[in-house]
Write a protein that binds this ligand. Structure first.
Ligand SMILES: Cc1ncc(C[n+]2csc(CCOP(=O)(O)OP(=O)(O)O)c2C)c(N)n1
Length: 640
């Protein structure tokens, strides 16, 4: 019987023999690989924390002791040993296990935000709360060297250091990488600790052991051994953390469960805040991941378990951005690029290869990225900061007060905007068009297709006295939709029949808008569809178009509160335009994980729902007039 089948909770780990624990680690790796190969998700980070997680659960008593995983993408092993192995096949599927910790899933889970560098702050608060309430509990925070580059982590350390009696253990999971190798002075300092002569000596005596894992055939599962000897096992402040006054244990081989348990037990006994510095390897035990240069299978798409070959996928929006930003860089020597530790995911690797001196990976530091961009602009350059839409939230004040107030020409490229789906509530890029609406002078573009993305990027980098934003969604772009006309700065995509309904198509919602038009036209309703291209500020031409129509329908993949539709409504009211407006967007709630299309369907961002609602509205408008003969509202639903 597989050992994993006997694990219903962390306590079951305590009674296992050394052999069983080794076997369990192999089974866990096998399951991780097989599941992520089909379901997608975070593989490299989880392969790297198998022993570390087992050790934490054997030394601490979850859920009484609290374990906080920074970012939470490395919590799969934790899920497997806290009773969720039987459901692991549902990982990231609608209604299944989340790819991050989830309070509704388990009493062992606490923090589910998935935005990096927060764990130490949560842990600081938890430890203070337990102390004040007189509860004898420990808090364990697991944080990667990547997440440790975020400013919040250091704000937390600064506070933790003076809480001398906080029962707080910080496990630094140091694999030297974020996606790509972690950069900066901190990374250099960690490397210094990792490679100090005593530790190097230990590495010399490391034996590599290859273990075949059931079912995975030749996949090499190597484990570092003989690391116990020579490791620092006394509590002693060390280098980097010394000045903060934090106790330090390590470096410890994070793949040596015994050594990890020893270090954690010491830290636990200490009774104050302690850092346990674990050295791990991302992708550990799965050759294709360990050898994967770009990101060691940080979050691969579907892949073949035997070979590690990723299933081919067509180009996504990011690839088109990646190409075009290089072209811009070629003609504009003043354009520089910034990423917050996501060079490949945001498509800046090509720019970096071409213009290494003009590309900056600042670490997981979106706030710094924005203000540093302001500085670059003040210094005469035009920075392009490419970032996932959800992570720009971090830098709101920096966009507002540092970039916009100083009228800096900085372009923010928001990838993965709108509903992203699989990664759940914290990854949907559904906030940007609301929070950025309040920024004076900022211009925001939402391209509907690749041609428009290129155009709008070109226009954005020409703006030298204000922030500009270009946002596009996850996944493959739709086919180009050519405009039939222009109205002010807006593209007219459809204009047929009377001026009954004006459909305002925001960015990626353009194909839906055109489909809505088709359905309304089939009902004899006249429709105009416009794509404003620049959705902020509101184009005066859009106001005039709205004035001339009987109804306005706006469609955006952003929260309905304060988004493009809401602001248009407000503008129309201010301009005395009385045309009723129906705003379609994402309800202002935290969305459970599911495929993007399933979520759009659920929240009503589909052509059939929107057309149906428009028809209801029109029917209500002319309540006295019966619906024309032979037609029912249901006819607009494509199912009939
Ligand atoms: C604020 C924020 N920015 C970016 C990300 C995207 N992201 C997810 S994991 C990761 C790298 C994390 O590196 P590390 O903490 O060292 O963990 P590892 O994956 O190496 O185990 C990044 C940049 C994020 N989750 N949060």
């Amino acid at each position: 019987m597989p050992v994993l089948d006997q694990i219903t909770g962390p306590r079951d780990l305590r009674g296992l023999s050394e052999d069983e624990l080794t076997q369990l680690a192999a089974e866990i790796r096998d399951l991780l690989i097989r599941t992520v190969a089909t379901n997608t998700g975070h593989l490299g980070p989880n392969l790297g924390v198998v022993e570390l997680t087992l050790a934490i659960h054997r030394v601490f008593d979850s859920p009484r002791d609290k374990i906080v995983f920074d970012t939470g993408h490395q919590s799969y092993v934790h899920k497997l040993v806290t009773g969720r192995a039987p459901e692991f096949a549902t990982l990231r599927r609608e209604g299944g296990l989340s790819g991050y910790p989830s309070q509704t899933e388990s009493e062992h889970d606490l923090v589910e935000n998935s935005h990096a560098s927060t764990a130490l702050s949560y842990a600081d608060g938890l430890a203070k709360a337990f102390r004040i309430r007189g509860e004898d509990r420990h808090t364990v925070a697991v944080i990667g060297d990547g997440a440790l580059t975020g400013g919040m982590a250091w704000e937390a350390l600064n506070n933790i250091a003076i809480q001398h009696d906080s029962k707080l253990v910080i496990v630094v999971n140091d694999n030297g990488r974020s996606y790509t190798p972690t950069i900066g002075g901190l990374a250099t300092a960690l490397t210094a600790l990792r490679t100090n002569p005593r530790y190097e000596h230990v590495l010399d005596v490391v034996k590599r052991r290859l273990t075949a894992v059931p079912g995975v055939g030749p996949a090499a599962y190597d484990a570092l051994h003989a690391m116990k000897k020579g490791l620092k096992d006394a509590l002693a402040p060390q280098g980097l953390f010394e000045d903060l006054g934090l106790k330090y244990v390590g470096p410890v081989d994070g793949h040596d469960r015994g050594a990890m348990e020893h270090a954690l037990a010491q830290a636990k006994r200490f009774g104050g805040p302690v850092i346990v510095h674990a050295i791990t390897r991302k992708g550990f035990g799965y050759d294709p991941a360990e050898r994967h240069e770009a990101d060691q299978f940080h979050a691969p798409g579907p892949f073949d378990v035997q070979t590690g070959a990723e299933k081919p996928k067509g180009p996504i929006w990011t690839d088109h951005f990646a190409e075009h930003i290089v072209r811009i860089g070629e003609r504009r020597p003043d354009v520089v690029a910034i990423t917050a530790a996501m060079m490949h995911p945001v498509g800046l690797d090509g720019f970096q290869a071409r213009f290494p001196d003009r590309t900056f990976d600042v670490g997981i530091a979106e706030q710094h990225a924005a203000t540093s961009a302001a500085g670059l602009a003040m210094g005469g350059l035009h920075p392009v900061f490419a970032v996932y839409a959800t992570f720009l939230n971090r830098a709101f004040d920096q966009v507002l007060m540092d970039v916009a107030l100083h009228r800096c020409g900085v372009t923010f490229v928001l990838d993965r905007s709108g509903v992203t789906g699989d990664d759940g509530a914290s990854h949907n890029g559904m906030w940007d068009m609301s929070i950025l609406q309040v920024v004076p002078g900022l211009r925001l573009a939402a391209p509907r297709d690749v041609t428009r993305m290129r155009e709008l990027l070109d226009e954005a980098v020409e703006v030298a006295d204000a922030p500009t934003v270009v946002r596009f969604p996850k996944g493959p772009p739709p086919d180009d939709i050519e405009a039939i006309d222009r109205a002010g700065g807006c593209d007219v995509l459809v204009r047929e029949g009377d001026h009954d309904v004006l459909v305002v198509a925001v960015g990626s919602m353009a194909p839906v808008a055109v489909d809505v038009a088709r359905r309304l036209l089939a009902q004899g309703i006249g429709v105009t569809v416009v794509d404003p291209r620049w959705v902020k500020p509101v184009d005066p031409a859009l106001v005039e178009l709205a004035r001339r129509h009987r109804r306005v329908v706006t469609i955006e993949d952003n929260g309905v509160v304060g988004g493009v539709g809401a602001v248009l409504l407000q503008t129309l009211a201010a301009e005395g335009v009385r045309t009723p407006v129906r705003v379609h967007g994402i309800p202002q709630e935290f969305l459970d994980h599911a495929k993007r299309a399933a979520i759009l369907e659920r929240v009503g961002l589909t052509a059939s729902t929107i057309a149906l609602e428009a028809l209801h509205d029109i029917a209500r408008d002319s309540a006295a007039e019966p619906a024309p003969e032979g037609r029912t509202l249901l006819d607009v639903d494509g199912s009939r």
